[in-house]
Design a protein around this ligand. Structure first.
Ligand SMILES: C[S@@+](CC[C@H](N)C(=O)[O-])C[C@H]1O[C@@H](n2cnc3c(N)ncnc32)[C@H](O)[C@@H]1O
Length: 179
């Protein structure tokens, strides 16, 4: 399969575009969301105390940790990379958040999201396309999805928020979808 490596202008996430995302495949490189943007994603998604929040492709666990610590959510990350899974799980344990936060080591396309109130994603466009039918099948009415920088193709956002400068000169676009 032919791979085209592109750096998406203004977005900063090195992307493998034009590549078919198969089950179990790496759906995005590790590229963390700045903490200021994490807060905005959770605010835009209306994260509330006691709600179930999932971050799909949770990296170092920052969205899960902030959702649990600052928003009082029950937060779950799904991370495929063994080291990121181990590091983020250890951080959650060290911070004493284990009752409210956890990381699943696995493929984000193969999990159960039927209990989710809010889903956050920072994945490539082709990966969001792969994820869409999974979420359409599983998400309950009233669940929300917030996508960072890349839209979920085929869905119309209920709200779009642009953050012109994250403090480091990068702009970010957040898309809110309500089921
Ligand atoms: C762009 S990073 C986003 C990290 C985090 N959500 C954030 O916003 O800071 C994408 C993450 O998805 C993970 N990932 C890629 N493919 C995956 C898959 N099939 N299942 C679970 N995680 C995956 C990567 O290892 C990486 O940590």
């Amino acid at each position: 399969m032919k791979r085209r490596k592109l750096l998406l202008a203004g977005l900063g996430m090195p992307a493998l575009l034009g590549q078919e995302a198969k089950k179990g495949e790496k759906l995005a490189p590790y590229y963390p969301t700045p903490e200021t943007i994490v807060e905005k994603m959770l605010q835009l998604g209306g994260a509330k105390k006691g709600e179930k929040v999932f971050d799909l492709g949770s990296g170092d666990g920052r969205i899960v940790i902030i959702a649990a610590e600052r928003f009082g959510a029950h937060a779950v990350g799904v991370e495929y990379d063994k080291d990121l899974y181990a590091q983020s799980s250890e951080k959650i344990r060290r911070m004493g958040l284990a009752e409210k936060a956890r990381i699943i080591h696995g493929d984000l396309l193969q999990q159960d999201y039927t209990s989710a109130d809010l889903i956050t994603v920072y994945l490539l466009p082709v990966s969001n396309e792969k994820l869409r039918p999974v979420l359409e099948k599983q998400l309950k009415k009233g669940a929300r999805v917030v996508a960072h920088d890349f839209e979920v193709g085929g869905w119309r956002p209920d709200k779009t928020e642009v953050v012109e400068d994250d403090g480091e000169g990068r702009s970010h676009t957040l898309y809110l979808y309500k089921r």
